[in-house]
Design a protein around this ligand. Structure first.
Ligand code: KG4
Ligand code: ZN
Length: 343
């Protein structure tokens, strides 16, 4: 079965087709993403009004490019999966209407997909399988920082997460303070390569709390206090590099330390990393080092599948459709959609 995925929860418009066999083997046949970064950059963050306009402009031409890329057409699609939430309300609405209208016109089934389930599935795409192993997942994105356990029956348990800012949000806000453009994560990573991670001793908030709660707002404030002492931006590139490297090191140390608690608590032998911040090479290297030291199987989403994409949405949809799930026309999209116990 070929499943078309549609993702419009934030600032990437994405469509993709995944083919899936009843045994669960899957393959990405094609994917197209239109990033809106350049439209939001002037504002230093995502502007919902701008996001909606760009989704509406991008969806149709993107789908045309997907047909060209794959040589497929709507008649060859067995089902449509659409991100239902969580995300920006008006942005979600664009894909929700577009995807359901396509399914209605083609007479094929559709399902709403939880965006976080997409991130949970994305590390398995490289293997070409649906998640089939008991594991602890770390999802680090602009909106979420979550430790989840998913067992081989794809039952989910929330183990812990941030009590305030998401990691990606902290990267974006610290980048703004440093005078770096949006989105800040890749910019901080770039500047950090020239800096000394031990240059500034930023706090490792809640690292000794002994549980799986994380906090990044204190770290953000510490960066602000440190920079205020130096005056207003623009800062010397050397200072930017030192602060970026020290901030990044503090974030990674806390993430790895909490991840190790989750591994000890659950006893699992497999861990996964996904979400936009999973593009960060220093975090990936730290995860690899932890997995080697603890002899764990580590699956990390490819960078192109770490940030928001539709292949992960099509994959979850394929799994739901194979289980016989069908979207209900009375069901609405939900900006605060929470994770169900199974996904
Ligand atoms: O998963 P994603 O594309 O969207 C959400 O669902 O939120 O994640 C976007 C976030 C942004 O905050 C961005 O700054 C961050 O991921 N990000 C990074 C890197 N690339 C993207 N953070 C740190 N290092 C990176 N290389
Ligand atoms: Zn996301």
């Amino acid at each position: 079965m070929n499943v078309l995925g549609i993702e419009t929860s934030c600032d990437e418009t994405a469509v993709a087709i995944v083919s899936v066999e009843p045994q669960g083997r899957l393959k990405i046949l094609g994917q197209q993403v239109a990033s809106q970064v350049k439209f939001h950059r002037n504002w230093g963050g995502v502007v919902p009004e701008v996001a909606v306009r760009q989704h509406l402009l991008a969806l149709e031409p993107l789908l045309d490019r997907l047909w060209q890329e794959t040589g497929l057409e709507m008649i060859k699609i067995g089902g449509v999966g659409i991100t239902r939430g969580p995300g920006l309300s008006p942005a979600l609405m664009t894909g929700w209407c577009f995807g359901r209208a396509l399914a209605l016109a083609a007479g094929c089934p559709w399902v709403g997909v939880n965006h976080l389930c997409g991130h949970l599935y994305s590390p398995f795409l490289r293997e070409g399988t649906l998640p089939d192993e008991d594991h602890v997942a770390l999802i680090v994105s602009g909106g979420h920082t979550l430790f989840l356990r998913m067992d081989s029956a794809r039952r989910i348990e929330r183990l812990g997460g941030t009590v305030d800012d998401a990691v990606g949000e902290a990267f974006d806000k610290v980048a703004k303070m440093l005078g770096l453009p949006y989105p800040g994560g890749p910019e901080i990573e770039k500047m950090a390569r020239q800096g000394n991670p031990a240059a500034v001793d930023f706090p490792r908030s809640m690292i000794h709390s002994g549980d799986l709660r994380l906090s990044f707002s204190g770290l953000k404030t510490s960066v602000r206090v440190y920079l205020n002492r130096l005056g207003q931006p623009p800062y010397d590139p050397e200072i930017v590099s030192q602060v970026a490297a020290s901030f990044q090191a503090a974030v990674i140390e806390v993430l790895i330390s909490k991840w190790e608690i989750a591994i000890e608590q659950t006893g699992v032998r497999c861990v996964t990393l996904s979400g936009g911040v999973a593009c960060n090479q220093a975090l990936r290297a730290a995860a690899q080092e932890m997995a080697r030291r603890r002899k764990l199987r580590l699956l990390m989403a490819d960078p192109a599948l770490s940030t928001d994409n539709a292949a992960m949405i099509a994959t979850v949809a394929a799994s739901l459709l194979l289980q016989g799930q069908r979207g209900d026309w009375a069901e609405d999209f939900d900006p605060n959609l929470s994770l169900e116990s199974v996904c």
